[in-house]
Design a protein around this ligand. Structure first.
Ligand code: C5P
Length: 392
């Protein structure tokens, strides 16, 4: 990936993840970016400015008053010149100050004075991340157009396990081309469906399946990283929408179809959702009472959203997913031809459902392209690379 010629201000705030910002700085430089590092006072308790000076090849800016050289307008000049301001790690305190529009140190002043995009990679203890004030601040920042990258879940410096770790530097790096409008899908609209659908039987029961949504969310994230404007139509899932992705929540296949048709036109449509093939013909208005008799439900077929979209005049570039339990190549290729798709992703259902990794095969007009087993985000990025090459 290249960030050649991109000017990035890397803001480092006070948290143990500040040591990972050193690796991030190195990766940014290696990708060709020109990096200026700005540290808060607290960040310097964790890593010294000298570390970042050595990595970025430029003096680190650490105080509003140091920066008052020349005409004293360094905070204005710096941000005017930048393509992106990236704060990683962003502490809970820094996010709170950012949400308030405070300007009481160089980094917060730069954030307020900037004309470029701003992305933050939060890092904090899981209870701090879950705390109501942090939730409010994040909501405010997102509404203000700030891109929030992560956090990730896992073991924390304090020994607890949960959501709040800073994203790994490589994952932060992967998100940048999209934020800079520099990815292979820059300027494209991508519509993704994900998760299961839920078909009500009565007010308390329904038909659904074991799709977790992980693959669809990973595809949405990879498309956003590639610079696309992404809309994710999601069935019930407890996953968080990836940074920069607009999410529409639906329950049933009919609701998913309506949402998809409303979001067209789009350049690309990627149907990852495990849409229920059937729904009950008449949903009971009251809870169905149990008795000893056999209960018969009449099931009627649901609309096939992907087939319908692919058949529209001026259809987007359509990508399907096929989860098969046997004879993958044969079933997948015949599904691709039947649904008239330029690209179909095949996988073995028993191998993928609910798992964190997957082994996939891409089927297109040129044949089959195996994607050896990897985590779903890696697979999604490979898929998006392949799709972008076909599209362009
Ligand atoms: O025919 P099958 O359900 O195996 O096809 C799977 C592909 O079709 C997936 O891409 C899925 O998202 C899409 N699909 C759909 N609407 C349906 C059923 C499947 O969009 N009702």
């Amino acid at each position: 990936m290249s960030l050649a010629g991109k000017k990035i201000i890397l803001g480092v705030t006070g948290g143990i993840a500040a040591y990972k910002a050193a690796e991030l700085c190195r990766l940014l430089i290696r990708a060709g970016a020109e990096v200026r590092v700005v540290m808060t006072v607290a960040a310097q308790q964790f890593v010294t400015p000298l570390t970042f000076q050595a990595l970025s090849g430029k003096p680190v800016l650490a105080s509003l008053w140091d920066a008052a050289s020349g005409d004293g307008m360094e905070h204005i000049h710096l941000s005017r010149d930048a393509d992106l301001l990236l704060v990683a790690p962003a502490s809970a305190d820094f996010l709170a100050r950012l949400a308030q529009g405070r300007a009481d140190d160089l980094l917060s002043t730069l954030c307020l004075a900037r004309t470029c995009g701003l992305a933050v990679a939060p890092a904090m203890n899981r209870e701090m991340w879950a705390a109501a004030p942090t939730r409010r601040n994040l909501e405010q920042l997102r509404a203000d157009g700030v891109s929030v990258l992560g956090p990730a879940a896992g073991e924390q410096a304090c020994g607890e396990i949960g959501l709040g770790r800073m994203l790994e530097p490589a994952d932060i790096l992967a998100a940048l081309p999209g934020l800079l409008g520099a990815g292979p899908l820059a300027g494209k609209r991508v519509l993704v469906t994900a998760g299961p659908t839920f078909e009500a039987i009565d007010p308390v029961r329904g038909l659904t399946n074991r799709s977790s949504g992980k693959m669809g969310y990973a595809v949405a994230q990879a498309a956003a990283e590639a610079g696309a404007a992404v809309c994710l139509v999601s069935g019930p899932s407890c996953l968080h929408a990836p940074a920069g992705v607009r999410r529409i929540d639906v329950q049933s296949a009919a609701e998913m179809r309506d949402a998809v048709l409303r979001e067209l036109p789009s350049d690309v449509f990627i149907a990852v959702a495990a849409v229920a093939d059937y729904r009950v013909d008449a949903v009971a208005t009251q809870k169905i009472k149990k008795n000893d008799a056999v209960l018969t439900l009449n099931l009627v077929p649901n609309p096939d959203i992907l087939t319908e979209v692919a058949a529209l005049p001026g259809a987007p570039f359509c990508v399907g997913f096929a989860a098969e339990t046997e004879r993958l190549a044969e079933h997948a290729e015949s599904k691709r031809l039947r649904k008239k798709l330029p690209l179909l992703v095949g996988n073995l259902a028993q191998d993928t459902l609910g798992q964190d990794s997957a082994e996939l095969v891409l089927f297109d007009d040129r044949g089959r392209h195996p994607l050896p087993r990897a985590d779903k985000l890696t697979q999604a990025r490979r898929l998006i690379r392949h799709l972008a090459a076909l599209l362009n």
